[in-house]
Design a protein around this ligand. Structure first.
Ligand code: GDP
Ligand code: IMO
Ligand code: MG
Length: 440
């Protein structure tokens, strides 16, 4: 069967930790979208692993697949794999031949577009990893795929067209000088680099026809976890465009981005990962955003600094319209609510229960960012709960969670009409209350 893990908010909800939590029952973990813009953390055995591309199941020695829906920078992938090997892991990572490749000029173009938008204060605050430009070339039918790296002549032909086109945009549209980059627009240098990637891909037998590979594993009775990156409000279709990433984290893409059919994914579980408050890296509206001492407190308690960029994350109260939207767009069969420990010791915990806009009360997300910006949150207040020992509570189970935290959890479950399978009370593998294992 499959279990799909999806971020319900704006990324960094603790998806990596939940993948690891259920990793024991999993045989293969698949990333179906995004690239090294993700930063997924697994804390196990006293070690902390921050993973950008390698699927989080690797910490438990499970096979990882980067599906066709991903964009892969071989440079950062190999660095990550080598660093994990140095730490004693043996990552078994397969790359979909249909996945697109992030090349050096994609990063340059990512930066150029952000710089151009900065003049009007409309930059997205991307991770600078070249994600958007690479998906542009995919949709524009001119990108390079993993399978192309393995065909020297086809690769050269693609690069001849692609690099020239991109150089023209970099210079003529954005006004930068390509020769001032470190060979990012040099066809010969890129070709040579790609052939070196291809050698390693061949030597380590990394490339697979991922859809067939996964279907065969499922036919053999294996369990497959689909590990979403980013989150629903960063989705290119369902998020708050244009302050989004360039792919679909939502569950429908778990099928498209892995090559498994929607019926296969739909027969499994779809677990929405929720942070008990809200965090955001990058620009865009955030009606329940906090500032001042309260924001500072939660940021420090929750360690809210970007895994990839180190930027302080914006923080706010839980936003229920955002979660109702996510539950509908993904069809969650269960949820995990993480970071309940971070909110401990506050006198009161607030949530944005609904929005008010032009005198009207609304319970889900408006479709345009401008309308969202106009929304005032209608707050609901909960009594806070005192600090507790995460390991003890995780061990003793749900009834050991303070009553007020239980009331908070039950409110979210009722509003989303979805059971909480997991309650996160700390970053470690042993610091979650598991009420249901989705594989059982
Ligand atoms: P992801 O991108 O969704 O995988 O999440 P990140 O790894 O970027 O950010 C989540 C951070 O919170 C990581 O540092 C996790 O180790 C940590 N974390 C996850 N669950 C919990 C929890 O329940 N409580 C606390 N305090 N930290 C958690
Ligand atoms: P994980 O998987 C949080 C944000 C960026 C920016 C926007 C677009 O760790 O939850 P991009 O580089 O993708 O073009 O940036 O999306 N963003 C994330 N925010 N967690 C992530 O991943 C993110 N990946 C991208 O900050 O606002
Ligand atoms: Mg993250």
């Amino acid at each position: 069967m499959t279990v799909t893990i999806v971020g319900a908010q704006l990324g960094d909800e603790g998806k990596g930790g939940v993948v690891d939590l259920f990793g024991d029952a999993t045989d293969v973990v698949v990333r179906y979208q995004g690239g090294d813009n993700a930063g997924h953390t697994v804390v196990a055995g006293g070690e902390e692993y921050k993973l950008s591309l390698v699927p989080s199941g690797v910490v438990r020695g499970k096979t990882g697949v980067l599906g066709n829906g991903c964009v892969i920078n071989p440079e950062t992938l190999f660095e990550e794999v080598d660093a994990l090997r140095e730490r004693g892991l043996d990552p078994d990572v397969r790359l979909a031949k249909r996945a697109h490749v992030i090349l050096p000029f994609h990063r340059e173009l990512d930066g150029a577009e952000e710089a151009a938008k900065a003049d009007s204060d409309s930059e997205i605050g991307t991770t600078g990893r070249g994600i958007g430009p690479t998906y542009e070339d995919k949709i524009g039918r001119r990108g390079v795929r993993v399978g192309d790296l393995l065909n020297e002549d086809a690769l050269r032909d693609r690069l001849e067209y692609l690099v020239e086109a991109k150089r023209a945009i970099y210079e003529d549209v954005y006004g930068f000088d390509a020769s001032e980059t470190d060979g990012a627009f040099d066809i010969d240098a890129i070709h040579e680099q790609c052939l070196a990637y291809a050698d390693r891909i061949r030597d380590e037998d990394l490339a697979v026809n991922a859809g067939d590979y996964l279907a065969d594993r499922i036919a053999d009775g294996d369990n497959v976890m689909l590990e979403g990156a980013q989150g629903t409000s960063l989705d290119i279709d369902h998020g708050n465009f244009p302050y989004v990433t360039s792919s679909n984290p939502t569950a429908g893409y778990a099928a498209t981005g892995s090559g498994l059919g929607p019926t296969t994914v739909g027969q499994g579980e779809i677990v929405g990962i929720i942070k008990a408050y809200l965090s955001r890296v990058g620009s865009g509206p955030m009606p329940t955003e906090l500032d001042g001492d309260q924001a500072e407190y939660i940021r420090e308690e929750g360690g809210e600094y970007g895994t990839v960029t180190g930027r302080p994350r914006r923080v706010g109260w839980l936003d229920m319209p955002m979660l109702r939207h996510a539950a509908r767009a993904n069809g969650f069969t269960g949820i995990a609510i993480n970071h309940l420990d971070v909110l401990a010791e506050l006198d009161e915990v607030n949530v944005g229960h609904a929005y008010e806009r032009d005198g009207e009360r609304i319970h889900t997300l408006p479709a345009t960012t401008e309308a969202w910006r106009d929304c005032d949150p209608v707050m609901k207040s909960f009594d806070g709960w005192s600090a507790f020992d995460p390991a003890v509570v995780a061990d003793a189970g749900y009834s050991a969670l303070p009553d007020n935290a239980q009331a908070y959890v039950e409110y979210v479950e009722a509003e989303l009409d979805t059971p909480a399978y997991v309650l996160g009370v700390g970053p470690g593998r042993e610091e979650s209350i598991v009420r249901q294992n989705p594989f059982e």
